[in-house]
Design a protein around this ligand. Structure first.
Ligand SMILES: Cc1ncc(COP(=O)(O)O)c(C=O)c1O
Length: 242
């Protein structure tokens, strides 16, 4: 296991912002991740938001995949400092049992959105909007229209009690923990820490080399060669036959 956690280091962020400011640039937005989908890396929201606060930078948390897990109390610590951010999003279609597509976006200050995105034209006016009896989501986005996705999320919430959803997610994490045993096979290396239900692993280059020599399909810089799709496919076919 590599020692690095692949997180964005708060001190590096501070130094980079300082350099930007010295260069008369205006840093204004930071997007951090909770369980980014390719590796499930978790940024430290509290420490990063302390840096952005010093410079008045907006901070968004992209929790597309792993935000769902935070429905379980045992995962809440991953969003420590969440009260300091401006917005947070999860893709319910990823790990919240809702069909494609359905993204939930929470914003701390909806006025900031509506001030820049609202459209007030005569043909769109109506009493309910004028009297503020309804929320006009057209004012929260660039487009005026969006498909009605909230019903399917509502059905997921209504048809599964919260403990069932938590238990589903926990069962996926449990399977990943078992699959983590792949590391005990000396052919493979787990390349990033497992945080949720995904394991990123790769075959060791030395193992590859041995396999390839045995298969007689080539030698040289194996890792570089595997970037070639055809070569990688040939190699995978041979491995699968073994
Ligand atoms: C980390 C991450 N952020 C954002 C997105 C995009 O989400 P959306 O489908 O809502 O555009 C994805 C989609 O795969 C993702 O994995």
């Amino acid at each position: 296991m590599k020692s690095t956690t692949f997180q964005l280091p708060p001190e590096l962020l501070r130094t980079t912002i300082r350099l930007d400011v010295e260069a008369e640039l205006i840093p204004f937005f930071l997007c951090v991740t909770i369980g980014t989908t390719s590796t499930t890396i978790i940024d430290l929201i509290r420490s990063l938001s302390e840096v952005t606060k010093d410079y008045g930078i907006l901070i968004h948390v992209d929790a597309a995949y792993a935000g769902s897990a935070c429905i379980g109390p045992e995962y809440r610590h991953f969003i420590d400092g969440i009260e300091n951010v401006n917005s947070f999003s999860i893709n319910a279609y990823k790990w919240f049992f809702t069909t494609l597509d359905c993204c939930c976006l929470w914003v701390k200050d909806p006025d900031a959105l509506t001030k820049s995105l609202s459209t007030r034209v005569e043909l769109l006016t109506n009493n309910a909007s004028d009297l503020k009896q309804v929320v006009d989501y057209k004012d929260w986005q660039i487009t005026l229209n969006k498909r009605f996705r909230s019903m399917k999320l509502w059905l997921v919430l209504r048809s599964n009690v919260v403990c069932n959803i938590r238990n589903f997610l926990r069962s996926h994490v449990k399977m990943a923990k078992i699959f983590h045993l792949v590391e005990s096979n000396n052919m493979f290396e787990v390349v990033v820490p497992r945080n949720f239900a995904m394991i990123c692993f790769k075959i060791f280059p030395t193992t590859l080399e041995k396999e390839l020599n045995g298969c007689n399909i080539g030698s040289g810089n194996i890792e570089a060669k595997l970037i070639d799709q055809e070569y990688a496919n040939d190699f995978n076919r041979i491995c699968l036959r073994r």
